[in-house]
Design a protein around this ligand. Structure first.
Ligand code: C2O
Ligand code: CU
Length: 483
């Protein structure tokens, strides 16, 4: 376990005096039992202070907006740990409303259920003025992220997101790395935030942003070495947007999906719903040239970012991407896997609201307890049950056993379906030819049925929900229990 000194040293190195002051202010950290996880080689300690911080991102066009962030000075922190390192996080909730409780969920990480950061279900939520603590050893490499798990549409809408990169998967190091985080913002003509959610949006595909951004800029131009192999970690962290990304005229390969290495796959384009990530290897343009990354899902192809080559060429070999190391996952036993069906549907209320458009405002109730149930999984709409008084799990699985989840989307909308603490292996689709790949969030397109393989992991209650945040908050959420 960590000593106080370890925390102090790590904290001071990471955020300086602000961290030191709230640590010394006397913290109440609940000790947690940590069992059956990888042995740690070293510790990385971080300190967060969740608070409102007026910020002027370049994409705001001169305006300053009241963002909510994890740290002062970095709108979206990028935390990097090496495979095998323990990550120890101390956080203080300084959000500006008395009712704004918080927890931190580590999206995509197969860690202990006690560290999963779901309010009421895996821990008590942390109210403003209080501190919380997480400690775990990430078992897999990859491009992950973290976020709160309550009032998520607003939290994402205000930018309360951080990236977590677990390093150690490269067999051949690339010539450089670029991290791209795509997210829209809902800003009105007067330069203030618009309501983050609307009934009509929640009952359809989500309420769209008005300003697009990648790393806080509109179509940033990024300088890269010429004729080089650059690793790009692309994150779709918009609350609702679906994107289909691709390069025009460039040699590139997908090397990981949701952080999971796969045999390099040349691609025309790749579709990502919110919360999905893809790692790519790009051969940059020769000196003086540039390559553009597009989103083809928009009405007009939209330039997400431009990679401008600078300096002498790095390489003159043919483009032949080396795969990333693949983590030792339990082997999925397809022949003996039990099929578990899930239907993702709209409720009659949801259908009605979608048909009539914006109705009289149904207020989002107390935080975490949105009363609008427009969506359901297996006809069960969360939160038909209070978070504090959980209903039955959608399924009970035995740790170590193989299952096929049959995910049936009976709606005319897309749904990126996410499971906590596990990864899926995509097996087949009723509508598309998909490669076999591993992910923690799988995109169901309208009326599509997808089968995914899964080996039930660590015991506990694991959330299973659509990651279009308004769908999640309007009922398309449940949990799986692993025993
Ligand atoms: Cu990003 Cu419940 O998840
Ligand atoms: Cu959805």
């Amino acid at each position: 376990m960590l000593t106080r000194r370890d925390l102090m040293v790590g904290a001071a190195a990471f955020t300086g005096s602000a961290a030191a002051s709230f640590l010394s202010a006397g913290r109440k950290v609940e000790a947690r039992e940590v069992i059956a996880e990888p042995i740690a080689h070293g510790v990385k300690s971080i300190v967060f202070d969740l608070a409102e911080r007026p910020t002027a991102l370049p994409c705001f066009g001169g305006k300053t907006l009241p963002l909510w962030t994890f740290q002062a000075g970095t709108p979206v922190p990028i935390v990097r740990v090496k495979l095998g390192e323990r990550l120890d996080t101390l956080f203080k909730n300084d959000l500006p409303r008395a009712e704004e409780v918080a927890t931190i969920h580590w999206h995509g990480l197969r860690i202990q259920n006690t560290q999963d950061g779901v309010p009421y279900m895996t821990q008590k939520p942390i109210p403003p003025g209080r501190e919380g603590h997480y400690s775990f050893v990430p078992p897999d490499t990859g491009s992950f992220f973290f976020h709160t798990h309550c009032n998520s549409t607003e939290h994402f809408g205000r930018g309360l997101i951080g990236l977590l990169i677990v390093e150690g998967d490269e067999i051949v190091p690339p010539d450089g790395e670029v991290v791209l985080m795509m997210k829209d913002w809902r800003i009105g003509p007067d330069g203030t935030f618009l309501p983050f959610s609307t009934d009509e949006g929640a009952a359809k595909g989500g309420t769209p942003g008005t300003v697009r951004s990648v790393n806080g800029e509109t179509s940033p131009v990024i300088t890269v070495p010429s004729s080089a192999n650059i690793r790009i970690r692309f994150y779709n962290l918009d609350p609702m947007r679906i994107s289909e990304i691709g390069f025009e005229d460039a040699q590139a390969a997908i090397i990981a999906t949701d952080g999971n290495g796969l045999p390099p796959m040349t691609f025309e384009s790749w579709r990502l719903g919110t919360a999905m990530r893809v790692d790519m290897l790009l051969r940059t343009a020769p000196p003086g040239g540039s390559v553009k990354l597009y989103d083809y899902y928009s009405k007009e192809p939209f330039v997400l970012a431009e990679f401008k080559s600078e300096g002498p060429p790095k390489r003159n070999d043919t483009f032949d991407p080396t795969p990333l190391k693949v983590m030792p996952f339990a082997k999925f036993d397809e022949a003996n896997a039990q099929i578990v069906p899930f239907e993702f549907s709209a409720t009659p209320t949801g259908q009605a609201v979608a048909a009539i458009g914006a109705g009289p405002g149904i207020e989002i109730g107390p935080l975490c307890l949105a009363k609008r149930t427009f969506w359901a999984i297996n006809k069960q709409a969360w939160p038909g049950h209070d978070h504090r008084d959980l209903g039955p799990p959608l399924a009970v699985l035995k740790s170590g056993q193989s299952y096929i989840f049959e995910l049936d989307n009976t709606t005319p909308r897309s749904h990126p379906i996410h499971i906590h603490g596990h990864t899926f292996e995509v097996l087949n689709s009723s509508k598309r030819k998909l490669p076999r790949f591993r992910c923690d969030t799988v995109l169901l397109i309208p009326n599509e049925r997808i089968q995914v393989g899964l080996v039930a992991g660590l015991p506990g209650k694991w959330m299973f929900h659509c990651h279009i945040l308004e769908h999640q908050e309007a009922g398309m959420m449940g949990y799986i229990e692993v025993v």
